[in-house]
Ligand binder design. Structure first.
Ligand SMILES: [Zn+2]
Length: 457
C-alpha cells in the first residue's frame, strides 16, 4: 500500500462530538485517517504530539485585514492567525474603499478583486463584501458574487457606513433568493449619537471609563431585534455579529422562530473582559460595541450554551496605539487586535474557568463557523476534510505579551495576562505553518476560499 505523508501520533483528538486518544493521518493536505494508527498506511513522517490535544484549526469568520480599519496586510494578519491556531479566516472587502480613500463609484466586485490581487496569506482566507451604499446597482451585483463563491455580505446600522432598515430589508430579500448570509453590525445609530453627546458633556464624561455609556446595551438590543425581524420577514439567513450583552442576546432569541435562520456570534473579548477594563487600559481597549458588565458575560456564556450564540470570533482590528491613545475616548479609533490570542484566551475563560467541554470549544470556534459560512472542508477532524490542525498543550502556562505579536498592532489588551493552554503547532492543509509561535512557512501558502452557499438546515 502506498505511504501517506504524515501521521500525528500520541495526542488526544478533539472533535465537535468527542475527545479520544488517537492518531490523525494526513496525505496530500487532506485528513485520511482518524483513530488507531495501525489502521493507516505507513507514513513518511511520524510526529509525536504526546501530552497535547489535536484540535481542528480555528475558523474565524470576523477579522479585518487589508482594509480601512486595519494596519495588517494579509501576510502579517495571517501570521498572527497561524501563531494563534487560526487556519481559516474571513475578512471584509469594503465597497468603495480603495487604497486609503473612499470613493463613490467602487462596486462590491471591485472590492473583492482588490483583496485577491497580490495578497499572500499564510492561512486560507475569504471575504465578506461590505455594502456601504444604498443603490439598485449594489443589489444587482449580489447574484454574480454568490456564483463566484462569495456567499455572505456585511451591513452596518451605525456610523458613517450605516444603511437604513428599509434597504437592509431589501438586501435580505435578495440574499434569501440566493441562499446567502447577511451579517449585520447592529447598534441604533441615533441613540448612540445622542448618548455620545450627553456622556461627553457629563461631569465625569471625559474619562474612558464613561465610554460604555455612550453605546448602551439597549441601543444594541433595539437594532439587533429589528434587523433580525427584517431577516425573518425575508426568510434570509441572518448572522448577528459581535453580540455583547444580555439584552441583545435576548432580542435575538425573541425572533428566532425555529432557530435555523437566525444565528449570532460573540467575540473573545466580550467573554474575557468587562467594562472595568476601560479604567485600567484607557482607549487601548476601545471597540464598538463596548465591553459590558460581569452579568452580561455570564449571560453570554448561558447563550453560548443554549445555542442563541453559536460562534466565537475575534473581530481582529489591528491598529497602532497612536490611533487610539493621546486624546479623549471619542477620538479613538475602534477595535483591538486578537487573532494570535483568541484561542488561548477563550480556552482559559471558557474551559478552565467555566467548565466548557472541549467538543463545545470545537463547535464554537471551528465547526459552527465553517458550517455557517459554507466551508465544508474546514473545522472538523474527519477523513476527507482539509488537514487544518492545531497541536495545543492544555497544561502549559504562559504570559501574553505584544512583544511576540506577528500583527502590526503594537499592543495587546491581554498584555501581562497569564493563561493555561498554549498553541504549539499549526498545520494548514497538512503543512506546518507555525511552530512554537514562530512562522515556519512562506506567505502565499494560504489560498482564497471559494465558498458554497451554506446549508443551515
Ligand atoms: Zn468587525
Amino acid at each position: 500500500m502506498a505511504r501517506i505523508d504524515t501521521v500525528l501520533t500520541g495526542g488526544t483528538v478533539v472533535t465537535a462530538d468527542a475527545t479520544f486518544d488517537g492518531a490523525v493521518g494526513i496525505d496530500d493536505g487532506t485528513i485520511v485517517g482518524v483513530g488507531d494508527e495501525r489502521a493507516f498506511p505507513a507514513a513518511e513522517e511520524r510526529i509525536d504530539v504526546a501530552g497535547n490535544l489535536v484540535l481542528p484549526g480555528v475558523v474565524d469568520p470576523h477579522t479585518h485585514l487589508a482594509g480601512y480599519n486595519s494596519i495588517d496586510s494579509y501576510a502579517t494578519g495571517t501570521a498572527a492567525a497561524a501563531a494563534g491556531g487560526v487556519t481559516s479566516l474571513l475578512t471584509f472587502a469594503w465597497q468603495g474603499w480603495d487604497d486609503g480613500e473612499w470613493d463613490d463609484e467602487g462596486t462590491l466586485a471591485d472590492a473583492v478583486e482588490r483583496h485577491r490581487r497580490g495578497a499572500e496569506p499564510l492561512v486560507d482566507c475569504g471575504v465578506h463584501p461590505v455594502v456601504t451604499r444604498e443603490s439598485r446597482a449594489t443589489l444587482e451585483e449580489l447574484p454574480g458574487l454568490v456564483d463566484d463563491g462569495v456567499t455572505s455580505f456585511k451591513l452596518f446600522t451605525t456610523d458613517d457606513i450605516r444603511l437604513s432598515n428599509g434597504f437592509i430589508g431589501e438586501v435580505f430579500r435578495r440574499l434569501a433568493d440566493l441562499g446567502a448570509v447577511g451579517m449585520v453590525h447592529t447598534e441604533d445609530y441615533a441613540v448612540c449619537e445622542h448618548r455620545t453627546e450627553a456622556v461627553k458633556a457629563a461631569p465625569d464624561g471625559a474619562s474612558t471609563a464613561a465610554y460604555p455609556r455612550s453605546r448602551p446595551d439597549y441601543a444594541e438590543a433595539m437594532s439587533a431585534g429589528s434587523v433580525a425581524r427584517l431577516a425573518v420577514a425575508a426568510d434570509a439567513k441572518y448572522y448577528g455579529v459581535h453580540t455583547t450583552s444580555e439584552a441583545a442576546a435576548e432580542a435575538i432569541d425573541a425572533v428566532r422562530t425555529d432557530g435555523s435562520n437566525v444565528r449570532a456570534e460573540t467575540c473573545t473579548h466580550y467573554t474575557a473582559l468587562t467594562e472595568e477594563t476601560y479604567e485600567r487600559l484607557g482607549n487601548r481597549a476601545i471597540m464598538a460595541p463596548p465591553l459590558r458588565t460581569p452579568r452580561d458575560v455570564d449571560a453570554l456564556f448561558d447563550r453560548l450554551r443554549d445555542g442563541t450564540l453559536s460562534v466565537v470570533s475575534t473581530d481582529h482590528v489591528p491598529l497602532p496605539r497612536d490611533r487610539k491613545e493621546g486624546g479623549p475616548w471619542w477620538e479613538s479609533a475602534f477595535g483591538i487586535n486578537s487573532l494570535q490570542t483568541s484561542l488561548p484566551i477563550f480556552h482559559d475563560v471558557a474551559v478552565n474557568e467555566r467548565g466548557l467541554s472541549y467538543p463545545a470549544l470545537v463547535r464554537l470556534m471551528c465547526r459552527n463557523p465553517a458550517r455557517t459560512f459554507g466551508l465544508p472542508r474546514k473545522g472538523r477532524i474527519e477523513p476527507g476534510a482539509d488537514a487544518d490542525l492545531v497541536v495545543f498543550d492544555p497544561d502549559e502556562t504562559y504570559t501574553i505579551t505584544a512583544a511576540r505579536n506577528h500583527s502590526n498592532a503594537d499592543y495587546s489588551v491581554y498584555e501581562g495576562r497569564t493563561v493555561t493552554g498554549r498553541v504549539k503547532r499549526t498545520f494548514v492543509r497538512g503543512t506546518l505553518v507555525a511552530d512554537g509561535g514562530d512562522i515556519v512557512a512562506d506567505p502565499g501558502h494560504g489560498e482564497f476560499l471559494t465558498r458554497a452557499v451554506p446549508d443551515w438546515s
